[in-house]
Ligand binder design. Structure first.
Ligand SMILES: [Zn+2]
Length: 484
């Protein structure tokens, strides 16, 4: 008899908190007694979970912005994440780690080119970090549409994880993987997590006080019944933020340890532990049953992806979200136009966008900027090569300004929104200096079209405040309200 199984997936992510102008993280009072949130969450979650060996028994994705911070600030923890990818018994092609698209942008809201860059950067960062090509990828907020899935298939990604309400069929049995037909003979495997089990793990702290009771009372009832007729075992998947285990909820790193690697004295629970990587394995997608996905849906907004561009009813006043997105989209388009125009002096347009897709090697540190410029532009002058690198840096920060966290919360006065505005400032100032344009003036005008619900100051004032706090010169457009 094939025993049923439990797989746990942890989505480990922190937004980029480093000041784009200085590379430093400012001290954050709310994170006391630690100097900033990354340091605190590392101490409460990343470090202990990696030290306890929990990562060897779960599947996980480690966002590139967090991974690069860990690599610099706690290399031992970073290396334990990497070492946990290939645990014993896995085929060489599928480990337990999954990639994540690079800046945690909501991909269905991004342009086609941006989606492809974010996905390619995420896959390449993983390859450089983990030493193998990833087979699975975590989509930020599990935000999905068919176009995004087609790009994944084109990039030879085999699987992703989604919430069960992202399937068209609401009665779909989530205890096995499915395949989604993408047209043109393309397919991708989708693993749907168990909504009730994941929600109780995330939000019911009483449920996770005791791992044995959780296994008996919560997990086992989800696994009743025989295997599927084709012999596939029942596997139920818990997917949550990785930070849950020790940061959102104290001591849950211990809970996780006992849940996924019970000691020899633990009585048989009636199910085994597996991972999403093993669930999918090398099985050809064609052997999984077909499911259809609902376009533009996600795991943390029940109104599609409205939370990141409009007035999602979860926010008390989301009127700022649309204008902020429009302002940054307008800036993004303008930066692309100016950058590609300047790059036309030394390379063709497809070449420039190809270079953008490959620039992640420089950000990772696998290649020096100068070496990269020489490789891309072997016959250009040194000045042209320097110019080229400036344009790519502008593109890098222009991509970073779409991190989903800027729209996630209730008020644009929060640090997450200020940070995407700083990324926009970094990008626009690089471009304006290189091209003699005044895209920043247009940006400031556009930002003045929304206000903070709590402080009633407009987006231009929030932008100025963010720059002041980051120690950068502030430019005010005529007539804009002064920052308070
Ligand atoms: Zn919503």
């Amino acid at each position: 008899m094939i025993r049923p199984k439990l797989a746990v997936h942890g989505h480990f992510y922190q937004p980029e908190r480093r000041n784009p102008f200085t590379g430093e993280i400012a001290p954050q009072a709310g994170a006391a007694p630690y100097r900033d949130w990354n340091t605190r969450i590392n101490a409460e979650c990343y470090k202990p979970n990696s030290e306890r060996g929990n990562l060897r028994h779960i599947s996980f994705d480690l966002g590139p912005t967090l991974a690069s911070w860990l690599a610099t600030n706690d290399p031992a923890t970073h290396d334990r994440f990497v070492a946990s990818d290939m645990s014993v018994g896995l085929a060489a092609s599928c480990g337990d780690a999954m990639a994540q698209s690079y800046h945690h942008a909501i991909l269905p809201l991004a342009s086609f080119a941006d989606r492809r860059t974010e996905i390619r950067w995420g896959l390449r960062d993983f390859e450089l970090r983990f030493g193998r090509r990833p087979t699975g990828i975590w989509l930020p907020e599990t935000a999905v549409d068919m176009t995004t899935l087609r790009i994944l298939a084109d990039e030879r990604v085999r699987y992703t994880i989604l919430a069960p309400w992202q399937a068209v069929d609401s009665r779909l049995d989530t205890r096995r993987p499915y395949r989604v037909e993408l047209g043109g003979g393309k397919t991708i495997i989708v693993v749907f997590y168990d909504a009730a089990l994941s929600a109780s793990t995330s939000f019911e702290s009483d449920a996770t006080m005791n791992a044995d009771a959780f296994a008996r009372e919560r997990v086992l009832p989800r696994l009743t019944g025989p295997s599927f007729p084709d012999g596939t075992p029942r596997v139920t998947v818990i997917a949550t933020d990785g930070e849950l285990y020790g940061h959102h909820q104290k001591f849950r790193d211990l809970f996780l340890a006992h849940l996924v690697s019970p000691g020899p004295d633990t009585p048989d629970r009636g199910f085994d532990i597996t991972t999403v990587g093993r669930m999918v394995g090398d099985t050809p997608a064609s052997l999984f049953p077909v499911a259809q996905i609902s376009e533009r849906t996600s795991w943390s907004c029940h109104h599609g992806v409205l939370r990141w561009y409009g007035e999602c009813p979860d926010a008390s006043d989301g009127r700022w979200k649309g204008p902020l997105r429009v302002a940054l989209e307008r800036l993004g388009t303008a930066i692309d136009t100016v950058a590609a125009g300047l790059a036309a002096d030394f390379m063709d347009r497809p070449g420039f966008w190809r270079a953008r897709d490959e620039y992640v090697d420089v950000i990772f540190g696998a290649e020096t900027p100068e070496g990269f410029a020489r490789r891309c532009l072997p016959v250009a002058t040194a000045t042209q090569q320097a110019h080229f690198l400036t344009l790519l840096e502008a593109e890098r920060w222009r991509l970073a300004m779409f991190a989903s966290c800027g729209w996630f919360w209730d008020d644009p006065i929060r640090p997450e929104t200020k940070h995407v505005l700083l990324c926009a400032a970094k990008a626009v100032r690089l471009i304006d200096a290189a091209a003699g344009t005044d895209l920043e003036g247009s940006l400031i005008d556009d930002l003045a079209t929304f206000v903070s619900p709590s402080r009633r100051i407009d987006g231009a004032a929030i932008y100025a405040e963010a720059l002041e706090e980051a120690g950068q010169p502030v430019r005010r457009s005529p007539g804009a309200a002064p920052a308070s």
